[in-house]
Ligand binder design. Structure first.
Ligand code: 4NP
Length: 166
């Protein structure tokens, strides 16, 4: 496998999943793997189709040096399970929605971000910050940073093993 691809998914694709996309893309670039790992995000709804990320998410990300301004909301499609190696849901509701969206045979690609990559946080989901206060956005960013580090470590391992095997 010469390239690996990851899709982050929440409900609106304006708060959590674009934050995950921007943070993870930043870490991928820092690791010099920009040409090896493709990163994208989507929502299970089309509520905010075509919009830039929520201003609160953009501001929170900016404080830590992440740019989300290039991202535009789009709806997740069944085809995403063909196009991406991993489809990572931010919460259980969206994990469930994705499991209904996908055709059979892609079970191994569907993940739940915190449960599968940051189990030490002892929670399963990235909580929806949309209707809450500023603190929610800070927490979301921290959780996403933690889970992104172990996701990147895991993908690096896959790419390296692949290179060794040829
Ligand atoms: P997200 O947050 O799923 O993290 O992008 C939300 C954004 C919009 C809505 C709900 C959650 N909404 O109901 O419009």
């Amino acid at each position: 496998m010469s390239q690996f691809s990851v899709l982050f998914v929440c409900l609106g694709n304006i708060c959590r999943s674009p934050t995950a996309e921007g943070v993870f893309q930043h870490k991928v670039n820092e690791a010099g793997l920009g040409d090896k790992i493709k990163v994208d995000s989507a929502g299970t709804s089309a509520f905010h189709e075509g919009e830039t990320p929520d201003e609160r998410s953009q501001q929170e990300a900016k404080k830590s040096g992440y740019d989300l301004s290039y991202i535009r909301s789009r709806k997740a499609e069944a085809k995403d399970f063909v196009d991406f190696d991993l489809v990572i849901a931010m919460d259980i509701e969206n994990y469930h929605n994705l499991s209904l969206l996908k055709t059979s045979g892609y079970d191994d690609k569907l993940k739940l971000f915190i449960r599968d990559y940051a189990p030490q946080l002892k929670i399963e989901e990235v909580p929806d910050p949309y209707y809450g206060g500023a603190q929610g956005f800070t927490k979301v960013l921290q959780m996403i940073e933690t889970a992104s580090d172990s996701l990147l470590a895991e993908i690096k391992e896959i790419l390296e093993t692949d290179e060794r095997v040829g």
